[in-house]
Design a protein around this ligand. Structure first.
Ligand SMILES: *[C@@H]1O[C@H](CO)[C@@H](O)[C@H](O)[C@H]1NC(C)=O
Ligand SMILES: *[C@@H]1O[C@H](CO)[C@@H](O)[C@H](O)[C@H]1NC(C)=O
Ligand SMILES: *[C@@H]1O[C@H](CO)[C@@H](O)[C@H](O)[C@H]1NC(C)=O
Ligand SMILES: *[C@@H]1O[C@H](CO)[C@@H](O)[C@H](O)[C@H]1NC(C)=O
Length: 462
């Protein structure tokens, strides 16, 4: 027995030596290794095969590689892909294609790949890609040849960009601390124009993307200032399921036409969208049950909901519970919005509305429409991918770009209908009236666009 134990230990440790890598543990590996490049090649080919995009992408850079020995070798790779000018279906190798002029949009992908060398098998277990702005390193000769070819056009574009930036600064009353900061913002603005143009090219709906009040922010700044990371990182508190009305929804419905929606509000530089979404829903429920539309306090939730994270994000399901525990909500006027967390100053004798419970609504868009038309505006969450540069029209990003599981913003669903035959949801946002269509976002209806159907809920007022 002792011998047996000893020999199996020996067997195991010699395998470790052979692989240089203990079983089951992830280790870093150089992106330059042939095995990593091979795995990445398979993954990119698979990415090109399954995405709905027209152009082919190719591996630009492997940023990180880890591997794990299992029943084969598993690789987790972070890879930056660049878009090429080759369309799919052309029988060419992506490596021979010209890439799209920089700076352009690329993809950042996380791939999980399993190879079984002795079976000659490699398969992609998991892939997750999101669009990303690339500042591609291009060689000097390439750059100078491009400059020669595009110089007059480039100059014109720069002039145009400067004019647009000037308009932007006056329209949105922007001030920058110094010239250096202004130059930096102009650079970001210019990159964002290109990003908006790419969004425009890739939209399947009727949306117009371009300059918005967020055009001088990098994607990271925008995310951290205005979005809500908790939505996709924390599971919602379980709630009872809403009863779906057993009738099909009308062709169109809009609660703004029935007095159930207050003015568009502005969350400011604070990730408190969850509070606006929930308060919007409660305003509607209170109106429908009690007959008066009262603008209610988001700040009360920002200050007094101890489960959620104030400007750092929150979940609607927690917010309902917080209001139930507090005993109600004060009005917007009594407990007005500050845009940052302050000590809770809720007072029970100023309560103007209450809720008795909350519930989860269906994930089926038809049932969501039926419920909405019968019962009022709904608190929802979605992926805000297409919203930073949205101006108007019906937004319909590719599913792969607007991943339904990456919800990061909470808003209020107030209606639905069709424009020129294109079905839409009407969504009240909390970024002020100067954003979108007087503060509203119109999103394609019927394909679970941007995960809008994944976290629908409502308060219950008895
Ligand atoms: C590898 O990727 C898979 C799938 O994305 C993920 O679940 C896993 O946690 C990753 N492992 C490491 C060590 O990054
Ligand atoms: C593995 O694949 C390579 C290239 O496709 C091929 O040349 C080789 O014969 C294959 N080996 C086995 C054992 O299938
Ligand atoms: C522009 O911003 C300044 C400083 O923030 C403010 O005092 C002024 O009222 C604003 N003007 C307009 C038209 O919004
Ligand atoms: C609903 O909640 C309010 C305030 O907490 C309470 O006064 C009322 O009795 C509740 N209604 C029901 C039916 O539970």
């Amino acid at each position: 027995m002792a011998v047996c134990l000893f020999s199996s230990f020996f067997f195991f440790s010699s395998l470790v030596l052979v692989f240089g890598n203990p079983f089951g543990r992830w280790t870093y590996i150089s992106p330059d290794e042939l095995e990593v490049k091979g795995a990445a090649e398979v993954a990119v080919r698979e990415f090109n095969r399954v995405n709905g995009l027209e152009e082919m992408y190719r591996n630009l850079r492997i940023m990180e590689a880890t591997k794990q020995i299992v029943s084969g070798v598993k690789y987790n790779l972070t890879v930056v892909l660049e878009r090429t000018q080759c369309k799919k279906g052309q029988d060419v190798m992506p490596d021979t294609c010209l890439h799209v002029y920089t700076p352009s949009l690329g993809m950042k992908c996380y791939f999980s790949i399993l190879t079984v060398p002795w079976l000659n098998q490699t398969k992609v277990l998991h892939q997750m890609c999101s669009q990303e702005r690339l500042i591609t390193e291009i060689s000097d000769t390439e750059l100078s040849s491009r400059e020669n070819a595009y110089s007059p056009k480039l100059k014109n574009e720069m002039l145009e960009t400067m004019t647009l930036f000037k308009d932007f600064v006056t329209t949105y009353n922007k001030t920058y601390s110094d010239q250096k900061e202004a130059t930096r913002r102009l650079q970001i603005f210019s990159e964002n124009l290109q990003k908006a143009q790419k969004l425009q090219e890739m939209d399947q709906g009727t949306a117009e993307y371009g300059v918005t009040k967020y055009s001088d922010l990098t994607e990271d700044e925008f995310r951290s200032l205005y979005l809500n990371p908790l939505l996709s990182s924390q599971p919602p508190r379980p709630m009872k399921k809403a009863v779906v009305p057993q009738i099909s929804p009308p062709a169109e419905w809009d609660w703004r036409d029935h007095g159930a929606v207050t003015e568009v509000k502005n969350q400011g530089m604070c990730g408190s969208c969850w509070a606006f979404s929930v308060i919007g829903n409660i305003e509607g429920q209170w109106f429908l049950k009690k007959g008066s539309l009262i603008s209610l306090s988001e700040q009360e939730l920002v200050d007094c909901d101890k489960v959620d994270k104030a400007c750092g994000g929150g979940l609607p399901s927690n917010a309902y519970e917080a209001i139930e525990k507090l005993g109600g909500v004060e009005t917007e006027r009594d407990y007005s919005y500050q845009g940052h967390k302050e000590p809770c100053s809720f007072s029970a004798n100023k309560v103007s509305a209450y809720i008795n419970s909350s519930m989860e609504i269906s994930k089926d868009e038809n049932e969501i429409a039926s419920w909405l038309a019968q019962n009022g505006p709904i608190s929802i969450a979605l992926n805000a991918f297409a919203m930073q540069f949205y101006r108007k029209g019906i937004s319909h990003p590719f599913r792969i770009l607007c991943n339904p599981w990456m919800i990061d913003h909470a808003v209020l669903l107030v209606g639905f209908g069709e424009r020129n035959g294109i079905p839409f949801w009407a969504i009240k946002n909390s970024w002020g009236t100067e954003w979108g269509e007087q503060g509203y976002y119109y999103l394609y209806r019927g394909s679970g666009a941007c995960g809008m159907n994944t976290m629908c809920s409502s308060a219950v007022v008895n």
